[in-house]
Design a protein. Structure first.
Length: 296
């Protein structure tokens, strides 16, 4: 597959993970890779087994993978796996996604978490873990979704710690790709996004949010565009679409019902926006999810 052709259309993925979740595990068996090159705000740990000959792209790095693969990808870093020369009909893939603020900056500065802090910084370029590390941690990654509640959070933290102190990890991309990078240093932006995340199912106006952060509408419009690369309405729609993805995954509600539950008053507008952002209709998105997703 031509690298230029693959990288010409990079999708911004709106994941089903909400601010109330600690992390999500997506486990599935498949016979090919069909998700396009993409990026998202969350960290992603990807374990792929029995996919020798598949192609991995992370940032500006491209390679053909072996039988076992474990990669940590940082926020907003382009990544994707492609069938390429893989002939396997029984590929196993475990994807774990978690928010960048699952571990507070102050917590990561404590002595015991210093290795994890360094690992998360390196993940901005993508990290490939060694075969020995994969062998050691694969059983725990395969059974993580069997744990529940706080136990699963502790196990994820333990896995990430063990990865951070592992030997022979390798960074992949020479360039850090930060598309639409979210500015978490701004308390005003955090406050605005927190409000939109809580009230996404209600009518939210630019006036409401600007007033909340003590700015004029014009100033806030410029501010959110500068910090996120998106307009206010695009940011709000992405939050709503993220919640809609979650309901499509987790419920059997009709698409129209999900549309209204997520603050879209017009089903046609919802379908159009969904297809534009996700590259498929809500119905197709739901049908494509053949694996098991677990939200913790």
């Amino acid at each position: 597959m031509n690298h230029a052709a693959i990288t010409s259309n990079i999708l911004r993925e709106i994941t089903p993970l909400t601010q109330s979740d600690c992390f999500m595990i997506f486990a599935r068996s498949k016979h090919k890779f069909d998700f396009p090159l993409h990026y998202h705000e969350e960290f992603e740990l990807n374990l792929i087994l029995n996919a020798k000959g598949a192609q991995r792209i992370v940032g500006d790095h491209i390679d053909t993978i072996g039988t076992e693969e474990l990669v940590l990808v940082g926020p907003n870093l382009n990544h994707g796996w492609f069938t390429h020369e893989c002939r396997s009909k029984e590929i196993t893939e475990i994807t774990i996604q978690f928010h960048r603020d699952l571990f507070d900056d102050k917590l990561l500065r404590k002595n015991q978490l210093s290795f994890m802090r360094v690992m998360f910084e390196k993940a901005a370029n993508g990290i490939l873990f060694s075969p020995d590390t994969i062998k050691q941690l694969t059983p725990r990654l395969l059974t993580l979704n069997q744990k529940a509640g706080f136990d699963s959070v502790l196990e994820l933290m333990s896995i990430l710690h063990d990865l951070s102190i592992s030997r022979n990890m390798r960074t992949l991309s020479d360039t850090t790709f930060h598309k639409g990078l979210f500015n978490h240093n701004s308390r005003r932006i955090e406050k605005a996004f927190e409000y939109m995340n809580i009230n996404y199912d209600k009518a939210i106006s630019l006036t409401d949010v600007a007033k909340l952060v003590s700015m004029t509408e014009v100033s806030f419009s410029r501010f959110i565009k500068k910090c996120t690369g998106n307009t206010f309405i695009d940011s709000l729609n992405e939050i709503r679409l993220g919640h809609a993805c979650r309901l499509l995954v987790n419920t059997t509600h009709a698409v129209a019902e999900i549309s209204y539950k997520c603050g879209f008053n017009n089903i046609s507008n919802f379908n159009r926006l969904f297809k534009k952002k996700k590259g498929c209709t809500p119905k197709q998105f739901r049908e494509s999810l053949s694996g098991t997703r677990t939200f913790i």
